[in-house]
Ligand binder design. Structure first.
Ligand code: B12
Ligand code: SF4
Length: 525
């Protein structure tokens, strides 16, 4: 069987404002996950339109398209194209799950929720002769025009086959070693995609620690980027994973919450096994906004203390902030940027609040008739698609753009550098922030020359230098903690071999006190 898997690019990809660096970071892990369920004799190709021109002249038997909100229009055009050519078109992903009725007319089969249970079931049905609409338990019946709907019900990562990384064109990505070892998140924020996507089943679950460690072992080089929504979301799993990673010599980046950063002895374990930079969802400095968005886990948390803890352990921070919540007026931009600079946050990702269909935020705004734009192309967190409460949509968009400009001015970078209170640390801050934003045209040149993969050794070298002192401190803290008897008792519970870390060669990056710097790798700044 000939299978074509496509990650379409958002419409912006063809615009002069296209920023290659932002979209050449991570390979399409979701599609590579699904490809693992195909047979060895299937002919399969993954094409990612963010990094390559699609070949649309082929004639696959089965076309699989992953649909995000910002690429939905493009995805539907591609689906229509392949249906005209006689292929069976399967659509899935976040946007299809939120708006199945919209996706149906463009597909032969649609998939709601994660694909680990529905996709293999569909494949079996399809191979039996294409009668997918009557799939026994999961196909929930035919839509008016005949598309079948497969709805995910069984939520587990136990026993999933290894991701088909051989199908990923590693040289086209700046961060080819991205990895996810869990799905979802234990929290419930109103603006997040999570509740809609995982509706009807568990919305947070992890691999076994053994499986996660095995996946890490399969990745070449040293650098890893965990794309989990909240790698620290299950502290017992996280502790066992970090203990298992000790001695592997990895350098890694991930996302976490303020809460997780403040949790005792979790961050130290992460640093001891190679954490060098963390994407932290601060989102807003206003507690009324946190309440409004039900981001309770950030309420009454000491953001300043979280930042100090990260910096003391040598972890670089990418702070995430959302503008446009009902408590925000036009002063929010300057206040937030100043706060971040004064605390020496190295990089920041700003977003305009965006009501994704299926979220509680969307339902609330729709009920209040505040949604003004329905073109999905503009749901990219750069446009105000709703009427803000305390400023105009124009002010919100202009303020968002100004926040980026102000945060990355040379003056701001230098002020942020001074906030670290030490020459070498300050230098690291300046090198990091400037390296990301000020030299973006250089990155773009490398990417356009299809040499993105060449930058991985550079990234690894930089991260090796970054945070050595923190790694030393955290290693000794963790060791002390274990000597006191609080060792890896969680490991067995999650299926990790006891002492997995000890089996591996000792960490080679735990000695000198050189000033570190690091390439920023924000998820979507
Ligand atoms: C990495 C990432 C990116 C990367 C690259 C994306 C990529 N290569 O896949 C970059 C930086 C380019 C990016 C950009 C953006 N992103 Co982004 N990104 C992510 C992130 C952090 C991880 C994606 C991932 O790899 N997940 C792990 C894999 C295993 O899961 P998966 O991809 O969802 O695939 C599974 C299922 O969805 C399903 N599935 C998917 N497709 C199909 C198809 C079929 C047929 C079947 C059966 C199943 C199926 O099966 C897979 C296995 O279970 C997610 C958050 C998240 N946790 O998903 C946000 C996320 C997807 N991004 C989001 C957004 C908003 C954006 C941007 C608009 C941000 C911006 N401000 O510009 C842009 C635009 C993206 C676009 N091209 O349109 C939102 C999407 C909201 C929505 N409703 O669509 C998310 C959910 C973040 C969030 N919390 O809001 N992103
Ligand atoms: S903490 Fe992050 S991933 Fe989790 S529900 Fe909130 S916004 Fe979503």
């Amino acid at each position: 069987m000939k299978v074509k898997m496509i990650l379409p690019a958002l419409t912006e990809a063809t615009s002069p404002f296209w920023r290659p660096i932002k979209y050449s970071l991570f390979p399409p892990l979701g599609l590579a996950t699904l490809a693992a369920y195909l047979r060895a004799d299937d002919e399969v190709e993954i094409q990612d339109e963010h990094v390559e021109r699609l070949n649309l002249d082929d004639t696959p038997d089965l076309v699989v398209i992953q649909v995000y909100i910002t690429s939905a229009n493009r995805a539907y055009r591609l689906a229509d194209h392949y249906r005209r050519r006689g292929a069976h078109v399967a659509l899935g992903g976040l946007h299809v799950t939120s708006l199945p009725d919209e996706a149906m007319p463009h597909a032969d089969t649609i998939f709601l929720g994660p694909g680990e249970d529905t996709w293999p079931r569909f494949l079996a049905d399809f191979r039996r002769g294409g009668s997918v609409a009557s799939g026994p338990t999961l196909a929930t019946g035919a839509a008016p025009h005949g598309a079948a709907v497969y709805r995910s019900e069984i939520r587990t990562l136990v026993g999933v086959p290894p991701i088909r990384r051989d199908l990923i064109k590693r040289h086209l990505y700046l961060v080819p070693n991205s990895i996810v070892v869990s799905r979802g998140c234990p929290h419930v924020c109103d603006f997040c995609y999570k509740e809609a996507f995982f509706e009807g089943g568990r919305s947070f679950y992890t691999q076994t620690v053994d499986a996660a460690l095995a996946e890490i072992e399969r990745l070449p080089g040293r650098h890893l980027y965990f794309l989990d929504d909240h790698l620290f979301g299950n502290p017992r799993f996280a502790r066992a994973l970090f203990d298992g990673m000790r001695g592997m010599g990895r350098l890694w980046q991930a996302a976490g919450t303020v809460n997780a950063v403040l949790a005792p002895n979790l961050l130290e374990r992460a640093v001891a096994c190679g954490l060098r930079s963390l994407f932290v969802g601060f989102e807003t400095l206003n507690s009324t906004n946190l309440l409004e968005q039900r981001k309770f886990q950030n309420l009454r948390r000491d953001y300043g203390e979280a930042i100090r803890r990260l910096h003391d352990l040598g972890v670089m921070i990418n702070g995430s902030f959302v503008f446009g919540m009902d408590g925000d007026d036009a002063s929010v931009f300057e206040r937030t940027v100043e706060w971040a600079i004064e605390r020496g946050i190295e990089t920041a990702t700003f977003h305009v609040l965006t009501p994704y269909p299926g979220t509680a935020l969307h339902a609330r705004m729709a009920a209040q008739r505040r949604i003004t734009i329905h073109d999905w192309d503009l749901y990219d967190t750069r446009h105000a698609v709703f009427r803000p409460a305390r400023m105009s949509a124009g002010e919100l968009e202009a303020g968002y753009r100004r926040a980026y400009r102000d945060f990355y001015r040379w003056g701001s970078i230098l002020r942020g550098a001074r906030a670290h209170g030490g020459a070498m640390r300050g230098l690291r801050h300046a090198a990091y922030a400037a390296g990301w934003k000020k030299f973006e045209p250089c990155w773009d040149l490398v990417i356009r020359a299809r040499r993105a993969g060449m930058m991985l050794p550079v990234l690894e070298t930089i991260l090796t230098e970054f945070g050595k002192r923190g790694a030393d401190v955290s290693t000794s803290v963790v060791d002390r903690h274990e000597m006191l008897g609080a060792s890896t008792k969680d490991a067995g519970r999650f299926g990790v071999h006891r002492g997995a870390g000890e089996r591996r060669s000792p960490c080679s990056h735990a000695a000198e006190d050189t000033e570190p710097q690091c390439l920023p790798c924000s998820r979507s700044s």
